[in-house]
Write a protein that binds this ligand. Structure first.
Ligand SMILES: Nc1ncnc2c1ncn2[C@@H]1O[C@H](COP(=O)(O)OP(=O)(O)OP(=O)(O)O)[C@@H](O)[C@H]1O
Length: 577
C-alpha cells in the first residue's frame, strides 16, 4: 500500500489523457454546480460514448482549468490510518497506465473479459476505469466468494483475465486448468505470487499516454452476476449506456450531487450498486467518491467514519442502517451528512422513520436490479411516502402489468414492468449473456418483467410486495412476504424475519414466519411468544395475513450480499432440499 500513499511524490505524475476531446455534447453542460454538470435530454442517445473519456476526463479538464474545486476524485481510507487522495488528473494518469498494462503487457483486446475480484482497495477503481478506457468488459465479483463460486464465474463468463488478491490467488490456481479461456492473472498485493503479474509494479512502469478506445454506446462494457437470491447467479450484460444514463437530467435530479459533495457508497465492489454509487453517479457530477476499506461491516466503524470525514451523502443496503439503529449510540447527529439512500432489499417504514428521528436525515429507498440500475426512487425535494419505492426515473416507464403485459389500474397488484417497446430505455441491460431463452422469457408484451410484484398508487408511487416467487397464495388470498415482515418488525421481540409459504393439508399453503429474536426475548416461552406475534400481526395488518406457523431460528439464510434467501426456506418447507 505504501506506493499508493506516496504515489504523487514518487511519480511526479503528469496527466496525458490523449483520448480527451471536447465531446459533441460538451455544449450541453450547464451550470448546476458552478463547474457544470452534463445535461442531455432524457432521450438523447449519442452513438459514441465512453464514461472514462467523456465524463471522467471532462472533470480532469475542469480541474486543470481551475473550474472544479479542491476535493479529490477518490478519497480512500482504512482502519489503520492509511489514506489515499487522488485528484481527477492523477486518476486519469493512473487509469491510462492501467489501460496500457491491460492492452500491452496482458495483450487484452477490446471486447475481452476481465474478472475483477478485489476488496475495496484503490486498485478496484483503477482497473475498472482502465478497462473502460481500453474497451475491456469488466466482470465484478465479490471477495466473499468461495472457490466454487469463482470457478462458476470464470467458466460461464469465459473471462480471459483475472485481477485479484494474494488471498484468492491460490484458489484461482487450483482451478485454472478448468478455465481454458483464462490467459492472464494479475495480482494486487505487496507480495509477489508465482505465475501472477504484479499489477502495482506494472503500472508504475507503464506509460501514462493512452488513447481511449472509440466505443459505441451500444458496445458492451460490464457484465454483472446477480446475487443468486432465487437460483444460480445470472450474467447481466450492459453497454456503455449503463453509465450514460447517470448523465441524463432525470438521474442528476435524483441525488442532486455537486462537485463539493463527498459521496460514500458502502456496497461490496462486486455488485452493480458499487459501480453506480462508488463511481458513475458521483463522478458524473464531479463529486468525490469516498471509500472506507471496511473489511467487516462494523456499525461502530461506520458511525465513526460518518463523524470523522466530511461525507455529505451515503448509499448502503438497508441492513447497514438497521444495524446502526440496533446499537445504542449516544448520538447519531452527523456533522456533514445531508442525505442517505438505500437499496437492494426492502426498507421497513419504521426503520425509515427511526433513522430520521435519530439522525435528522432523510433515508430514501432506491429500487433497482442488476438488469436495470436505478429504476425508482424519490428525488430530493419530492414528497417521501414511507415504505414506497418512489416514482420511476425517466426514461424508464414503469407500469404494473399482468402476465401478458396489459397495464393494470392503480392500486392493483401485478408484475413490475419496464416498457421496452417501441423504445428500449437507455440503461436497461442488453440481455443475459449466452442465454437468449432467459432473455426472451423476461419480455412480456411491451415490457421487461422484473419478476417483482407491486402496486402503483394514484399519485404514481410504486409499492413493493415481493418477488413473484415469494408471493404466498393461501385460501385465495395473495400475500407479499414484506407485508407480514413489516408487521412483525414492529414487535420488540423480532430482530429479523422471513416469511414464506408452507404446505397445509386444508388450505394448500399457509403463511410461515421464520423469526430471529432480539436478545431480551430469547429465553421466553416459544408457544406464548408465537401467540403474541400472531396476535400482533392480526392487529396491525389484515388478519388473513397472520403467520399460522412460526419458527424461531438463530439466523436466516442469506446471499453473499446479505439478502434473505426465502427460496431456500420455502424449498425446505416443501421437502425439496
Ligand atoms: N428498494 C428495494 N426494495 C425491495 N426490494 C428491492 C429493492 N431494491 C432491490 N430489491 C430486490 O433486489 C432485486 C435485485 O437484486 P439483484 O439484481 O442483485 O439480483 P437478485 O434478484 O437478488 O438475484 P437473482 O436474480 O440471482 O435471484 C430486485 O429484483 C428486488 O427483488
Amino acid at each position: 500500500m505504501q506506493w499508493l500513499l506516496r504515489s504523487r511524490a514518487l511519480w511526479g505524475l503528469h496527466t496525458s489523457c490523449r483520448g480527451f476531446r471536447p465531446p459533441p455534447w460538451h455544449l450541453h453542460y450547464q451550470s448546476l454546480s458552478g463547474a457544470g454538470t452534463p445535461r442531455w435530454s432524457d432521450h438523447h442517445n449519442p452513438e459514441e460514448f465512453n464514461f472514462a473519456r467523456d465524463v471522467f476526463d471532462y472533470w480532469t479538464q475542469m480541474e486543470k482549468e481551475g473550474r472544479r474545486g479542491p476535493n479529490p476524485a477518490l478519497w480512500w481510507v482504512n482502519d489503520r490510518g492509511d489514506e489515499v487522495k487522488w485528484s481527477f488528473k492523477e486518476m486519469t494518469d493512473l487509469t491510462c497506465r492501467t489501460a496500457n498494462v491491460l492492452t500491452q503487457t496482458c495483450d487484452l483486446k477490446q471486447g475481452d473479459r476481465l474478472l475483477l475480484i478485489l476488496p475495496r482497495v484503490p486498485e478496484w477503481w483503477l482497473v475498472t476505469l482502465g478497462c473502460i478506457r481500453a474497451g475491456i468488459i469488466v466482470i465484478p465479483g465479490t471477495t466473499q466468494m468461495m472457490a466454487k463460486d469463482i470457478l462458476y464465474r470464470l467458466q460461464v463468463s469465459k473471462a480471459n483475465s483475472i485481477v485479484t488478491t494474494d488471498t484468492l490467488a491460490p484458489e484461482v490456481d487450483s482451478m485454472a486448468s478448468g478455465c481454458p479461456a483464462l490467459k492472464t492473472k494479475l495480482l494486487v498485493s505487496d507480495h509477489g505470487c508465482k505465475g501472477w503479474l504484479d499489477f502495482r509494479s506494472l503500472i508504475k512502469a507503464a506509460s501514462p499516454d493512452h488513447t481511449c478506445v472509440k466505443s459505441q454506446s451500444r458496445d458492451p462494457v460490464v457484465i454483472f452476476f446477480t446475487s443468486g437470491t432465487s437460483g444460480f447467479p445470472k450474467m447481466v450484460k450492459h453497454n456503455h449506456r449503463f453509465a450514460l444514463r447517470s448523465s441524463l437530467p432525470s438521474c442528476r435530479h435524483l441525488m442532486q450531487l455537486k462537485t463539493s459533495d463527498i459521496f460514500w457508497c458502502m456496497s461490496d465492489p462486486g455488485w452493480i450498486m458499487a459501480m453506480i454509487g462508488s463511481m458513475v453517479e458521483p463522478w458524473t457530477a464531479g463529486s468525490t467518491v469516498f471509500v472506507h476499506e471496511l473489511t467487516q461491516f462494523d456499525p461502530k466503524v461506520i458511525v465513526k467514519t460518518m463523524f470523522k470525514y466530511p461525507i455529505t451523502q451515503c448509499l448502503a443496503a438497508p441492513t447497514v442502517f438497521r444495524m446502526i439503529l440496533q446499537q445504542n449510540f449516544a448520538s447519531l447527529r452527523f456533522p456533514t451528512l445531508e442525505y442517505c439512500w438505500c437499496g437492494g432489499e426492502a426498507l421497513l417504514p419504521e426503520e425509515q422513520h427511526k433513522w430520521r428521528q435519530e439522525t435528522g436525515i432523510q433515508l430514501t429507498q432506491i429500487y433497482g436490479q442488476s438488469e436495470t440500475g436505478i429504476t425508482c426512487s424519490t428525488p430530493r425535494g419530492m414528497k417521501v411516502k414511507p415504505g414506497s419505492l418512489g416514482k420511476p426515473i425517466p426514461p424508464f416507464d414503469i407500469q404494473i402489468i399482468d402476465d401478458t403485459g396489459n397495464v393494470l389500474p392503480p392500486n392493483t397488484e401485478g408484475n413490475i414492468g419496464i416498457r421496452i417497446k417501441p423504445t428500449r430505455p437507455i440503461g436497461l441491460f442488453m440481455g443475459y449473456e449466452d442465454d437468449p431463452v432467459k432473455t426472451a422469457k423476461v419480455e412480456c408484451g411491451d415490457f421487461y418483467n422484473t419478476g417483482d410484484r407491486g402496486t402503483i398508487d394514484e399519485e404514481g408511487y410504486l409499492w413493493f410486495l415481493g418477488r413473484s416467487d415469494d408471493v404466498i397464495i393461501t385460501a385465495g388470498y395473495r400475500i407479499g412476504p414484506s407485508e407480514v415482515e413489516n408487521a412483525l418488525a414492529e414487535h420488540p421481540a423480532v430482530a429479523e424475519s422471513a416469511v414464506v409459504s408452507s404446505p397445509d393439508p386444508i388450505r394448500g399453503q399457509v403463511v410461515k414466519a421464520f423469526v430471529v429474536l432480539t436478545p431480551q426475548f430469547v429465553s421466553q416461552d416459544p408457544e406464548q411468544l408465537t401467540k403474541e406475534l400472531q396476535q400482533h400481526v392480526k392487529s396491525v395488518t389484515a388478519p388473513y395475513k397472520y403467520p399460522r406457523k412460526v419458527e424461531f431460528v438463530p439466523k436466516l439464510p442469506k446471499t453473499v450480499t446479505g439478502k434473505i434467501r426465502r427460496n431456500e426456506l420455502r424449498k425446505k418447507e416443501f421437502g425439496q432440499m
